[in-house]
Each structure stands twice: as structure tokens, then as C-alpha cells.
Design a binder for this molecule. Structure first.
Ligand code: PGA
Length: 257
């Protein structure tokens, strides 16, 4: 592991943009330049800002963000290191573009690509092996919440990571709690709901818990970021739709009290 890895993963205030499958060379150039231009204020306030872009734009992110305090990353990585896996992208390839982070286990991948918690943990291991920080997503569906299964689901998803990675490696990851019912729906979890899950997660993480950044994701916007980020176990956010417009993304990055 490279020396900077533990500081990449250490508990700190973070805002991570998840662009999902959005962007174009022209639109990205504007957004990345705007992020870079506004970053001094965020960095001064001790907030680490990153954007996770589609694979083809990693080179553009590297070109336009090099020298700025904004970091960049990808939204998935293969569990395999190399070989006959048509269409897959290895963590090592992503690392070559100077990426710091890779999102793994986003609920859209779990749902649309049948990713299991075991596969997600394997991907996190591949990202760590490539000296980057995995942002491991977990969260319950609305159905699961309604039948009071939230903690059981979260505990199950987390325990696979603990088994596969071990607590020492998990301490080098970022974890994002993203209730599936809040993603892209405009329906944000309340700060109390988020704190309840984050507190639960931190306790379940045992000795690793104190040092891990726990992010919340799901319809975070300028109007609700401050109250979410004010919760004691919320270290920041994973931002989808609102990361695509600097007028929304910037105030979210400033929302820490
Ligand atoms: P959203 O997405 O902010 O658009 O709800 C968050 C995410 O999926 O990471």
C-alpha cells in the first residue's frame, strides 16, 4: 500500500460527486474547471472534495484537476486484475490515471448488474491492492425499511466486507450509506434516520469505526446538506444529481458547520 493511502481514507469531512453515466467532454471541462476554481475555499475549511467520473473521462479529470485540491475517481472496478474479461476495467488501470477513489457496490450496480456483497467486497480488495480508496456503498430498499429490516440489511452487507477484507483493511475504506429509496428520488432520509444508521455502522465497525469516514448519499442538495452533515456520525456526502451543477455542488461542499 502506498504511504498516502491511510490519509486518503482517514476520517475527515468529505464531499464526493458521483456523476453516474452523465457528461460529455465539453460539459465536463466546464464543470471540472469550476470545481477546481472554487476548491480553495473548501480545502481551507478542511473538506476534501472529489468527483467520480465515467471511465472515459478519467484522463480529462486528471488533466483538468492536476494541481488542484479536487481529487478524482471512478464508479466501479473489476474484481479481476487482468485477462479475458471483455468490457471490464481493472483497478490498476484506473490507478494509472491518478485516481484516488473508486465507488464499489453502488445500489444501481447491485440492482442492475446483480452485484452481491461478496463481489463488492472483492472489488474493494482490488481497489485497495491498486493503492486507491474504495468507497463502499450499502443501504436498504424501501420494502426492507418498512418491515424494519434496515439494521439487519446493513449489518449483513457490512459483515461480508469485514469477512472478506478484515477490519484492518476496512479501516482504509470509506463507507457510504445510501438508502435505495432516497437515491435520485428527491426523498431524502431525515438527519435522525441517517444518524441512526451511521451510529449503528460506527459501532459495528468496532475498533476500526473511529477512523472511518461515513458518508450519506441520497438526494443531498444545498437545502438539506447542512442538517445532514451536522449529525455527529455523518462525515459528508456522496452526491449524485447535485454534483452535476456547480451551483448545487459548491454550496453542498460549504455546508459543514
Ligand atoms: P442522488 O444520488 O444524489 O442523485 O440521489 C446519490 C448516489 O446515487 O450516489
Amino acid at each position: 500500500m502506498r504511504a498516502s493511502q491511510s490519509s486518503d481514507a482517514a476520517r475527515k469531512k468529505r464531499v464526493v460527486g458521483n456523476w453516474k453515466m452523465n457528461g460529455s467532454l465539453a460539459a465536463n471541462a466546464e464543470l471540472l474547471r469550476a470545481c477546481s476554481a472554487s476548491v480553495e475555499a473548501w480545502a481551507g475549511a478542511g473538506v476534501e472534495v472529489s468527483v467520480c467520473v465515467p471511465f472515459p473521462y478519467l484522463a480529462q479529470a486528471r488533466e483538468l484537476l492536476s494541481g488542484s485540491a479536487v481529487r478524482w475517481g471512478a464508479q466501479d472496478a473489476s474484481v479481476h486484475a487482468s485477462g479475458a474479461y471483455t468490457g471490464e476495467v481493472s483497478a490498476q488501470m484506473i490507478a494509472e490515471f491518478g485516481a484516488s477513489f473508486v465507488i464499489v457496490g453502488h445500489s444501481e450496480r447491485r440492482a442492475h448488474h446483480s452485484e452481491t456483497s461478496a463481489l463488492v467486497a472483492g472489488k474493494a480488495a482490488a481497489v485497495l491492492a491498486a493503492a486507491m480508496t474504495p468507497i463502499i456503498c450499502l443501504g436498504e430498499t424501501l420494502e426492507e425499511r418498512e418491515i424494519d429490516m434496515t439494521e439487519a440489511v446493513i449489518a449483513g452487507q457490512l459483515s461480508v466486507c469485514v469477512e472478506v477484507l478484515g477490519l484492518d483493511a476496512l479501516a482504509h475504506c470509506v463507507i457510504a450509506y445510501e438508502p435505495v429509496w432516497a437515491i435520485g428520488t428527491g426523498r431524502t432520509a431525515t438527519p435522525e434516520q441517517v444518524q441512526a444508521v451511521h451510529g449503528f455502522l460506527r459501532t459495528r465497525l468496532g475498533r476500526a469505526g473511529a477512523g472511518i469516514s461515513l458518508l450519506y448519499g441520497g438526494s443531498v442538495k444545498p437545502s438539506n446538506a447542512a442538517e445532514l452533515f451536522a449529525m455527529p456520525d455523518v462525515d459528508g456526502g456522496l452526491i449524485g444529481g447535485a454534483s452535476l451543477k456547480i451551483e448545487d455542488f459548491e454550496p453542498i461542499c460549504r455546508a459543514f458547520g
